[in-house]
Structures are given as C-alpha cells and as structure tokens.
Design a binder for this molecule. Structure first.
Ligand code: FAD
Length: 414
C-alpha cells in the first residue's frame, strides 16, 4: 500500500507514522522548507498520549514534558480558587495515559525524527488532488504528479484540500484571539503561581502552565474580539496584552508584564462536515475538524484520527481503500464533531459576564469537581478510538462510579 500525506503538522506526522506501522509506504509532502513548530506550549490529554505510546513516541515526548498534578480554576479579579481537578497519577491511572504539557517544538521534533528522511518531501506545495478507481494523485506547484493508493490531507485549518473535495468553504473566525508567550522560569520566580490554572473573567480567560520540565511558563490570554488574523507568528502591539487584562489579579498582570515577545493569534475553526472522505482521499486533523482550543483537544483529535486511520487500513489491499476510509470516518466523525461543539461551549462558559451567569457557572464547576475528579474536559479523553482504549474507558467508568473512599485524593471544591 502506498500513501501520500499532505502536511507535516502534528496530524500529518501522526498519520505518516501510523500508516507506516501498518506496512504502508508513505510520502509526506510539506510546503515549508523545513520541519518547524512555533514557540508555544501544547497540552496533551490522555487520549493524545495513548496514541503517542502506540506510535512508540511517548517516552521521548514525556522526557521533555511537564506533568501537572492538578488544574485550578480561578476568578479573574481576586484570584480565588473556584475548584480544582486531578491530572496526575489519578488521571493517568483512569485514562491509561499521562496528561502532559509540552513545548510544541519538542513534540514536533520527536515526531519528525521518527519519519525516515527519504519519505519526506519538504518545500513542496500541493496544488491539486485527483483520483480514479485505481489510484489517487497529488499535483505539486512544480507540476509533478505523485501517485498512491490513498491521499491523506492533513493541511490544517486553512486546508485547500477541503475545498478541492467538497467545494468552497472558508475558515471561520471564532470571535476570539489568543495572546501567547513563553517566559523563562526565572522571570516569574516568586509570584506564587498555581502550577496550572485557568482564570475566568468577563469576555476573556487566561491560562498558564509549565513546559520543558518546568523551564518555561507558557501563557495564553484569550479575549473576545471583532477580528484577528489566523497566524502563529503575528506579533501583538506593544502593551496590547496588558491593556486587555487591565484590573485582573496582580499575578496575571505580573506574568503579562514580564513577557518578551507576545504573539496574537486569531482563532479560526471549520464548520463540521457530513463526511471527510471521497473515494481514496480523506481529510484528517484540523482540515477535517478545526476547533477552538478551549478544551485543549485539537491536536489530540488529530492524533486519534491518525491512530484510527492506521487501524482501519491494517491488512487492507489497495482495492479496499475506499471502504477502509469509510470505516475511519464512521469511527471518527461524530466523536470529533462532538468535541468541536463542546470546545465552543467551554469558551462561552469561560467568558460569561460577572453576576448570576458567572456564579451559576462557578457552581457548576464546583459540582462537577465533587462528582468527577478529572474536570469538565475529561469527557473527550476516554472516547473509544481503538481496542486498547476500551480498557481505559472501562477504567474511567469505574473511577467515576467509585464511591468517595479515596482518602482525600478526590479534589475538593474550595
Ligand atoms: C491558541 C491555540 C492553542 C492550542 N492548544 C492546544 C492544546 O493545548 N492541545 C491540543 O490538543 N490542541 C491545541 N490546539 C490545536 C492544535 O494546535 C491543532 O489542532 C493542531 O496543531 C492541528 O494539527 P494539523 O496537523 O491538523 O494542522 P497544522 O498544524 O496546521 O498542519 C498543517 C500542515 O500542512 C501544511 N500545508 C498546508 N497546505 C499545504 C499544501 N498545499 N501543500 C503542502 N503542505 C501544506 C502546513 O504547512 C502545515 O505544516 C491549539 C490551537 C490554538 C490555535
């Protein structure tokens, strides 16, 4: 079996590795002249780290990662803790994979290093995808035609493949933008920060966590806004991020005041599709289901896509590809679409105005903490994607149903 994967982001790299595990001969085509990832953090929930383990990458990624023990929700004005959730050994035990916080470059490097260089075509822009009954093809900007039994389009939120397959549709602005920065640990020493916190305020929220084994603090401040460019490299105007969090808890202001370069990223999504595949060609990752990042699930869903895609192609012959892609999409589309919707709801919930709505939201978070020790995002971590996950799904059910006999391990609302 021969496959072409378009795009070497987290989704494309994972697809290439997953397909290689099935014995597929893979060509990975990327428009950038070299493998790159921007300087920012990424959270890898257990559904993501289970896939990394399956791809043989978990140890390499975990060696450079941070493992938070808990997530603390805080109020914007006085920093009081609303409640906290367990992410450490309890979550790993229940979901079968650790919760990791990683520098994107560390994750990307570990993944890229596992793809043989002879399988990679860098500096190659794909300008078209075609197919007939027997094979699929991509056309490059240089006029070359590459042929394979299947094409996986992992070309991101601004996917062109999506338009070639399903007609014109554009990335949708979410009405939110993220200020992003990384700070050396020394810059924030003495601020008394919780290890991982999401601070909730009217029309905005602020997230910080450690990456690279605590060497760097990753900060993300999300605001509601009319318009913002979809870019991983656009810089914020000087002081803009501080003005956006005027009046917030002094610790938030202190962090923001100590940042160097601050990037501003207009968050875009894609509308859910009724299908991702046609014949021998399929979408994967953000091209299929770009979502707002408020449950930290976009890359996780791309990783699970890749694992399921590989699973569906095990033992398949070239003539079986369209059916195998149907199976892949039927196992993934509804689950990923659900996470897209719940991520959007999480953003709305985070940004409620002060007053009765925010109080009701805080009460919900407290009640959830009493019922489910892993927090409001954990619903996505146990989605069954392949056989070994069923075992961890069973463990989750058992953990959630377990009576409160854990000797204080269950997080207490404060
Ligand atoms: C602010 C923010 C925070 C986030 N935090 C998290 C988080 O904590 N956890 C999480 O799981 N997710 C998170 N996400 C989501 C995550 O970053 C994305 O879902 C993930 O990176 C998507 O990977 P991808 O491979 O599908 O797409 P991309 O990473 O966009 O990769 C697409 C690749 O395709 C290439 N390409 C595009 N067009 C062509 C072409 N025509 N020819 C050749 N190559 C092409 C591009 O150059 C690129 O390399 C976050 C997103 C944002 C915006």
């Amino acid at each position: 079996m021969r496959a072409i994967v378009v795009g070497a982001g987290i989704g494309g790299l994972a697809a290439a590795l997953s397909l290689r595990r099935t014995g597929c001969e893979v060509t990975l085509v990327e428009q950038a002249p070299r493998f790159t990832e921007i300087g920012a953090g990424i959270q890898l929930a257990p559904n993501a780290t289970r896939v990394l383990r399956r791809l043989g990458l978990l140890d390499a990624v975990a060696a450079r990662a941070t493992r938070p023990s808990r997530l603390s929700f805080r109020t914007w004005s006085d920093g009081g803790e609303i409640c906290h959730y367990a992410l450490g050994r309890e979550a790993e035990g229940a979901f079968g994979g650790p919760y990791l916080q990683v520098h994107r470059a560390d994750l990307h490097q570990a993944m890229a290093a596992a793809v043989p260089p002879e399988s990679v075509r860098l500096n190659t822009v794909v300008v078209g995808i075609g197919q007939d009954d027997k094979s699929a093809r991509v056309t490059t900007v240089g006029g070359e035609h590459l042929e394979a039994d299947l094409v996986v389009a992992a070309d991101g939120v601004r996917s062109s493949a999506r338009q070639w397959l399903f007609g014109v549709d554009e990335a949708l602005f979410s009405g939110t933008a993220a200020y992003r920065a990384l700070l050396p640990a020394g810059e924030v020493a003495g601020l008394g920060l919780p290890e991982y916190a999401i601070w909730l305020g009217p029309g905005r929220h602020f997230v910080h966590y450690w990456v690279r084994r605590g060497e760097l603090l990753n900060v993300v401040g999300v605001i509601g806004t009319q318009a913002a460019q979809e870019s991983w490299t656009a810089r914020a105007e000087p002081g803009e991020h501080l003005r956006a969090f005027d009046g917030w808890d002094p610790r938030v202001r202190d962090i923001l005041g100590r940042t160097g370069t601050v990037l501003r990223h207009g968050i875009h999504t894609r509308a859910p599709l009724a299908r991702w595949n046609i014949g021998r060609v399929t979408l994967l990752g953000d091209s299929a289901h770009a979502m707002v990042p408020f449950q930290a699930q976009g890359a996780a869903q791309a990783l699970v896509d890749a694992a399921v895609l590989g699973d569906c192609l095990v033992g398949a012959a070239p003539s079986d590809v369209p059916d195998a892609l149907d199976r892949y999409v039927s196992r993934r589309l509804a689950a990923a679409t659900k996470v897209q919707a719940s991520s959007a709801r999480a953003g709305e919930d985070y940004h409620l105005p002060d007053g009765p709505e925010a109080r009701a939201r805080n009460a919900r978070l407290v009640a959830q903490a009493a019922e489910n020790e892993f927090g409001p995002h954990a619903g996505a971590w146990g989605i069954d994607a392949f056989d070994e996950q069923q075992a961890s799904q069973d463990a989750v059910t058992a953990a959630v149903e377990r009576p409160g006999d854990d000797g204080g391990a269950r997080p207490k609302p404060v």
